[in-house]
Design a protein around this ligand. Structure first.
Ligand code: PHE
Length: 446
């Protein structure tokens, strides 16, 4: 069977943006920024996104489209050496662990959605959403069921194939998400005392900038763009040679930053206006957003719509995680796609059970002082993903010549020498150096 392809240029951009925009921007960014001191974290995150994330995103696109292969084969094809396939294998393993806890949060959205629909959020005061949510996610059976449902939805869509499933859905839901977010921000920044929150989010207080915060910002920048795990390699492998890669890269970076900005502006004014804590951790947005919505006309209806779109954003990211695994599993025989998706999905669910129970039955089980959920999250976001990013940034200039890279980037776009050189040198020197420095810094070695 020949390689499946995206239906249209825009289809790819939406699907890649769909992979990027998910829990990372909407759920994780605000709470990590909240614990990392707000503005300073945001600024470092922004710099990492532009100086490391953007070049790497284009780099992953280049590998994917050039080889038209799954994450593992892609590196082996370019390097003519199976050893380098380990970059892809690391990506596949990382996505497996990632989806195992990502689906837990996906499940939380489903639970909240049901709760809102059945009227369980009616008449609560602003400080009651947090405790209610905390209680909900400590309940083992319903959370496991919701997590399973999230994975089931992912399996059902991805088993159908890239084009039909992922592309069609993304085209409608992504723009809707933007619009709803915009509404939310308008309400949030006009709350009483909102300016305090805006200041917290946008004004950098550099005294908060510890080595740990810098590592979190680095991990977060790659995480939100789905980098380091070859997700973007896999998606770009379904591209025709006519796609303009630099333009696709810019659109995705822009959309992603916009959502991050909107998420911050929607959440922090609410946090301060209602006297909540910005460092509440993973439950932050679930405690704050319904409170902001409750201040609106038809707030509950808007909140339900928001949760639906939020669920959708999380799903489109989950699709890309399982897609990497499935593409790698079926690289020798594409006809096994359905079976592979089911096997991958169900095993991810099993591995994800302890993460799900980390907020209830297993909350006392600590490894390195972290719950299983936090441990998996830390390992993926701050170790495996930056490590994958480091290896990819070393691989590209090592194994592809400047002229090969120039040729691939110019397919479907104009030859732009200055842009190319800036990209090339950022990727070749700046990216690996910055990642290594951040690692050394956090380990206390410099
Ligand atoms: N970018 C996704 C998000 O922000 C997470 C992700 C990481 C998806 C790596 C695929 C690969 O939610």
């Amino acid at each position: 069977m020949s390689q499946e392809q995206w239906n249209s240029k825009l289809g790819f951009i939406f699907a890649a943006a769909g992979s990027a925009i998910g829990l990372g921007a909407i759920w994780k960014f605000p709470y990590v920024a909240g614990t990392g001191g707000g503005g300073a974290f945001f600024l470092v995150f922004l710099l990492f996104t532009l100086l490391l994330g953007a070049p790497l995103l284009l780099g992953e696109f280049v590998i994917g489209r050039r080889t038209q292969s799954d994450a593992i084969t892609a590196y082996q094809k370019i390097a003519l050496n199976s050893y380098w396939g380990w970059i892809g294998k690391l990506g596949v393993i990382t996505c497996f662990i990632l989806l195992s806890f990502y689906s837990v949060v996906g499940g939380w959205i489903i639970l909240y959605l049901f709760e809102a629909i059945r009227g369980g959020l009616n008449g609560l005061s602003q400080d009651q959403f947090g405790p209610l949510f905390g209680e909900m996610i400590s309940e083992p059976i319903t959370t496991l069921f919701a997590q399973f449902l999230f994975i089931l939805l992912t399996i059902l869509v991805v088993a159908k194939g890239v084009q039909k499933g992922i592309e069609r859905a993304s085209k409608i839901m992504m723009p809707a998400l933007f619009i709803l977010f915009l509404l939310l921000v308008i309400r949030s920044v006009s709350l009483e005392g909102a300016s305090e929150g805006i200041k917290f989010f946008l004004y950098p207080d550099f005294s908060k900038l510890t080595s740990e915060v810098i590592l979190l910002a680095l991990g977060q920048a790659f995480f939100t763009l789905s980098l380091g795990v070859s997700a973007m390699v896999t998606y770009a492998s379904y591209l025709p040679k006519t796609q303009n890669l630099p333009k696709s890269m810019f659109s995705i970076i822009l959309m992603n930053l916009l959502i991050v900005l909107l998420a911050g502006l929607a959440i922090f004014p609410g946090v301060f206006s209602f006297g909540l804590e910005p460092d509440a951790g993973p439950v932050l947005i679930f405690a704050v957003l319904p409170a902001v919505f409750s201040q609106m006309q038809f707030g509950l209806l808007f909140f339900i719509a928001f949760l639906l779109l939020f669920l959708f954003a999380a799903l489109t990211s989950a699709f890309s995680m399982i897609e990497i695994i499935v593409a790698a599993m079926t690289r020798k025989d594409r006809s096994k796609r359905k079976k592979a998706t089911w096997i991958a999905g169900l095993s991810i669910f099993v591995v994800g059970i302890p993460s799900c129970l980390s907020y209830g039955l297993m909350s006392d089980v600590l490894v390195f002082n972290l719950t299983i959920f936090d441990l998996f999250d830390f390992a993926v976001s701050n170790v495996f993903i930056p490590l994958g990013a480091l290896l990819i940034s070393i691989f590209i200039p090592l194994k592809l010549s400047k002229s090969e890279l120039m040729e691939e980037i110019s397919l479907g776009s104009k030859k732009r020498k200055v842009f190319f050189l800036v990209w090339y040198y950022l990727l070749k020197y700046f990216t690996p150096l910055a990642i290594v420095l951040v690692f050394l810094d956090v380990l206390g070695l410099i």
